[in-house]
Design a binder for this molecule. Structure first.
Ligand SMILES: C[S@@+](CC[C@H](N)C(=O)[O-])C[C@H]1O[C@@H](n2cnc3c(N)ncnc32)[C@H](O)[C@@H]1O
Length: 280
């Protein structure tokens, strides 16, 4: 396991993923019933942006660094308030810390992280919160083992955010989506994926369509046309069973990030990949 999120924390991809994540969690919390968020690839959860790792790539400067310098667009206001309250731009919170900041007393967070050092940091930061359970285990196995949520929890979100450092990640994600759907049909599934070039992403989408995975929307942000497969040219968040209003909200979030970061890619877009299941 070579991937360390500390090199990339707060970059444009994190900002996009986290702004959408904040919206999704808030959408689930429109109702008072408890929710569970399962973060299958949770990371260390808090990153120092002046650390050697973050400074070596400097990616955060073109991400959260820039977003915090501009007057916030309404679509990003809550996300930016949250990251500021957690120390940005000195520190940047990862997904489990962001989610924890939004939990109500009845809600639960389960975070899985396989890297020993990052797991230790995650546990140190969240392990004492009775609403959080932190596991040193494979996130894909956790989807199989820990869904559906325990007790009376009927609503929730599974975030799948792997490092894409081993071949076959899209195939593992496809299997995880199928498993999560089977074990927790009403749960939302959100999957982050890189866009280096179009072909693997198109193939991923096509396989989900062919497998009959219903009610899927993708939100994609491109920094540049995805022509050079050695670069992270953009990224996407695929959301299965999105809450009402997701497409409109995601369009607003992407366009606020696009315009604040000065990306200017007309290709950034929100698209329905498969239709909703007909309700009887
Ligand atoms: C992209 S980072 C996660 C970032 C985090 N979700 C966030 O948004 O702040 C991916 C993480 O997955 C961890 N990881 C890699 N393979 C894993 C696996 N099979 N199960 C759980 N965690 C894994 C890596 O160590 C890394 O910390």
């Amino acid at each position: 396991m070579n991937y360390r999120h500390a090199f990339h924390a707060g970059n444009f991809a994190d900002c996009m993923k986290h702004a959408l994540l904040v919206w999704l969690v808030r959408a689930l919390q429109r109702k008072p019933a408890a929710i569970q968020v399962l973060d299958s690839h949770a990371g260390a959860s808090l990153y120092e942006l002046s650390s050697g790792e973050a400074e070596r790539t400097g990616e955060w400067r073109q991400g959260i660094g820039q977003l915090l310098q501009q007057p916030p667009a309404a679509a990003l206001a809550e996300y930016l308030d949250l990251v500021r309250s957690m120390g940005a731009p000195v520190h940047y919170p990862g997904s489990p810390l962001l989610v924890r900041a939004m939990l109500r007393p009845q809600d639960r967070l389960t975070g899985c992280e396989l890297h020993a050092e990052d797991h230790a940091t995650l546990r140190a930061l969240l392990g004492s919160d009775p609403r959080a359970s932190i596991h040193h285990r494979d996130g894909y196995q956790a989807i199989q083992a820990l869904l559906p949520p325990p007790g009376a929890i009927r609503r929730g979100l599974t975030l799948i955010d792997p490092p894409f450092e081993q071949p076959g990640e899209f195939a593992r994600i496809e299997a995880a989506i199928t498993t999560a759907r089977r074990r927790f049909p009403t749960g939302i599934i959100a999957v982050w994926y890189p866009i280096k070039h179009r072909a693997p992403v198109r193939a991923f989408h096509d396989r989900l369509v062919d497998a009959g995975v219903a009610d899927v929307v993708t939100a994609e942000l491109l920094l540049r046309p995805p022509l050079d497969p050695t670069r992270l040219n953009g990224c996407g968040l695929l959301v299965a069973t999105p809450p009402f209003g997701f497409e409109t909200a995601a369009t607003g979030i992407l366009s606020a990030i696009d315009s604040t970061l000065g990306i200017g890619q007309a290709d950034s877009l929100v698209r329905r990949l498969t239709p909703e299941l007909a309700r009887s």
